[in-house]
Design a protein around this ligand. Structure first.
Ligand SMILES: [Zn+2]
Length: 394
């Protein structure tokens, strides 16, 4: 029951494939052009490839994604032994005696993989963490998207969302790690189990004067704006620990309720937490970050979106007024606005939403210390998905 429990058991692992650099080069070459955006982005910030990647969970596709990010990170990290080796190999091949050994073997990659938890419900998050020696990059492919894992010390990790619409069943992940040459040295398919969220229906009565807010154009304007803001992601993790309550007041609606408006069939779900409270109550940044957007949409009213880094954003809606501006660094608890009743709202309240890589997740666990996996937690290596893996290094 403890949060540290490592639930990913070996029986869930379908395939453990260790590929040498040579294998990778052979298999991935034709696919490499399919990942131009990740390779060409000089900032190396986008942890995901563009939406709509056609093939999810295909080992070769993952290899291509990794190759792109590995190249970028290898340049940035500039590991001296690898660079020197590469330079001498590429620039002066004809002059050296043919008998001299040209390239020392690539130091072997070691990697221990953790996924926690292995059983999730829609709206939850899970952690993928890899402790490595001699690695330069790591990525995970999930549902057609590639995410480059962040690095802190010898750990690569990402916190990933399970979308609300996910059907119960098995969710496959393909995890890949690059060695000091930036070549794929470890690739593994891991499965986690998605259980039924069993969400309830909430009936909401909306005055007919607000019916315009259900106009598809109004809905799309709001959706597109939020998607655009949250597609620009700070790779550095700014949030730490658990999130704080964003305002006083009682929680009047929770995440995942299926919304039935005026008795109609539910067509939507509630994507955040609602806090009912008096008009003008302070709204606080729930964790450290940078204000990514302030403004107003017809459907959600006045709002603030905060970038917390590594794909995590919090947003605050229906505000009476905004008390911050885009680009402002905020600490947890900073006042960013006040409770209002703007947009699709039936009374003064704050709609507070948390998204991970653009996917709304249940904010409640993030408010309670230790319920969201700690990216830097100490794990038990005996419980790891795979034991330390050795790459051939050629
Ligand atoms: Zn709400």
């Amino acid at each position: 029951m403890g949060r540290r429990q490592l639930l990913l058991i070996p029986s869930l692992v379908l395939l453990a494939a260790l590929l040498s650099a040579a294998c990778f080069n052979d298999s991935v070459g034709p696919d490499a052009p399919a990942e131009p955006s990740a390779a060409s982005d000089p900032s190396a910030t986008p942890p995901t490839a563009p939406d709509g990647q056609p093939d999810s969970g295909q080992p070769q596709g993952t290899g291509a994604g990794l190759a792109a990010s590995a190249d970028a990170q290898t340049d940035a990290d500039a590991a001296p032994p690898a660079d020197n080796t590469t330079a001498s190999t590429q620039e002066d091949p004809p002059t050296d005696p043919p008998t001299a050994p040209r390239a020392p073997p690539v130091p072997p990659l070691q990697a221990v993989l953790f996924v926690q938890p292995a059983i999730v419900t829609p709206g939850q998050v899970f952690l993928v963490a890899i402790d490595t020696v001699n690695a330069t990059a790591a990525s995970v492919a999930l549902d057609g998207q590639f995410v480059s894992l962040a690095r802190e010390g010898d750990r690569f990790y990402a916190i990933l969302p399970v979308p609300f619409q996910t059907e119960p069943g098995i969710l496959p992940l393909v995890i890949a790690v690059a060695d000091l040459n930036g070549d794929l040295a470890l690739q593994q398919l891991v499965q986690i189990e998605v259980q039924d969220g069993d969400f309830l229906v909430e009936s909401v009565t909306i005055d007919t004067t607000l019916s315009r807010l259900f106009d598809p154009e109004v809905v799309e304007e709001d959706r597109a704006l939020r998607a655009a803001v949250q597609s620009v992601r700070t790779p550095l993790r700014m949030w730490q620990g658990y999130f704080r309550l964003p305002t006083e007041g009682v929680i009047s609606s929770t995440f995942g309720l299926l919304r039935s408006y005026n008795g109609a069939e539910p067509t939507d779900f509630h994507s955040g937490l609602d806090f009912a409270g008096p008009l003008g109550t302070d709204i606080l940044a729930a964790n450290a970050g940078i204000v990514a957007w302030t403004g107003e949409t017809e459907r959600r009213g006045r709002g603030v979106i905060i970038d917390h880094g590594q794909g995590v954003f919090s947003s605050y809606w229906h505000m009476a007024n905004v008390a911050t501006a885009p680009g402002t660094p905020v600490a947890a608890g900073a006042v960013i606005g006040r409770v209002g009743n703007t947009g699709l709202s039936t009374g003064p309240h704050l709609h507070w939403e948390l998204t991970v890589y653009g996917v709304p997740v249940d904010p409640l666990p993030w408010l309670r210390e230790l319920e969201v996996p700690d990216p830097l937690a100490v794990f038990d290596p005996l419980q790891a998905v795979n034991q330390p893996a050795q790459a051939s290094g050629g």
